[in-house]
Design a protein around this ligand. Structure first.
Ligand code: TA6
Length: 296
């Protein structure tokens, strides 16, 4: 926790505190930053630059956090917005699923109050001994988080190696809903998707997307905007990325330690990023930027 105290000392004037309210007491726990302003509040773990809560003023949390989430170094938190990168999903050489960025400590680069009343944090992760042991390439990842009327994220991926490299990534967002079987996702109609439950068949979405049982789909070349519509509210997702992944494990949640039977009822994952056919090839020295904005 020493590192976090040093960081906070550097960002005087910004309403930024640490919290122990969320993390379990097992082992060291994880360093969490709490951002509060008149427009909203957010909680973020330095591990993975991982948002676990975003509440707009007078609103409710847009994000879902598992009641069985484990706050332990090197273990990705179940819920919020894990950043899956530099690859999404499994890796052909058996490297960690969804990349390593979500399980590594990021640094807080800066924090400032914005003129509109919001707060901006910039976090970064560069190649280091730990990442090079897994993946022998130089890089810098930078996440800018703006907490205000919306939650605005901007992710920069810089290939600092001397060769072209493939990258796939996603904002693996978990959204809070009352009942996932009653949710309609708008903004995917007409898109091709790969049903990754089973044989990876390619199908075309007609009308709104709905969840029933175990659902895992990768939508390609999607429009910028989706809406998660429930009886209580509507959550808007806007991103300049080209893929959307929708996931709920259904009954399989019972076999996932940091979920549990029935716990899946109250979330849907609608993830934006560039995955599968929408993956990138970044030339040596090239930088790619992706944005996502969430609002209720
Ligand atoms: O984005 C959907 C997905 O890739 C699913 O296949 C499912 O496994 C999920 O992510 C969660 O992955 P995780 O490694 O966080 O357990």
């Amino acid at each position: 926790m020493k590192q976090i105290e040093t960081m906070l000392a550097q960002v005087n004037g910004v309403r930024l505190t640490t919290s122990s309210a969320y993390y379990q007491t097992e082992g060291e726990g994880l360093a969490l930053l709490v951002v509060e302003n008149t427009l909203g509040s957010a909680v973020l773990a330095l591990q993975g630059a991982h948002l676990i809560s975003y509440i707009p003023a007078q609103g409710q949390d847009l994000l879902w956090l598992s009641p069985n989430a484990i706050f332990k170094p090197a273990k990705a938190i179940r819920g919020g917005i894990p950043l899956c990168m530099p690859w999404f999903g499994g890796h052909p050489d058996g490297l960690p699923s969804h990349g390593f960025a979500r399980a590594m400590d990021w640094q807080l680069r800066s924090a400032q109050n914005l003129a509109d009343g919001g707060t901006e944090l910039v976090l970064c992760l560069q190649d280091n001994e730990q990442t090079l042991a897994i993946w022998p390439h130089a890089f810098e990842f930078e996440l800018t988080v703006r907490v205000g009327r919306c939650l605005d994220l901007s992710l920069k991926i810089e290939n600092r190696s001397d060769t072209s490299l493939p990258y796939t990534y996603a904002f693996h967002s978990y959204f809070a809903v009352e009942d996932y079987t009653q949710v309609a996702v708008q903004g995917l109609a007409g898109c091709e998707y790969i049903d990754t439950v089973g044989e990876h068949v390619r199908l075309l979405q007609t009308g709104d997307m709905t969840f029933s049982g175990t659902t895992d789909r990768v939508y390609l070349n999607v429009p910028a905007e989706q809406k998660i519509v429930t009886a209580q509210r509507s959550i808007q997702i806007v991103s300049d990325t080209h893929s959307a992944v929708v996931w709920n494990p259904g009954a399989h949640a019972a076999n996932i330690g940091d979920l549990g039977a029935g716990v899946n009822q109250t979330f849907v994952c609608v993830e934006r990023g560039n995955v599968f056919d929408n993956g990138l090839l970044l030339a040596a020295g090239e930088t790619h930027t992706a944005t996502m904005s969430l609002s209720a």
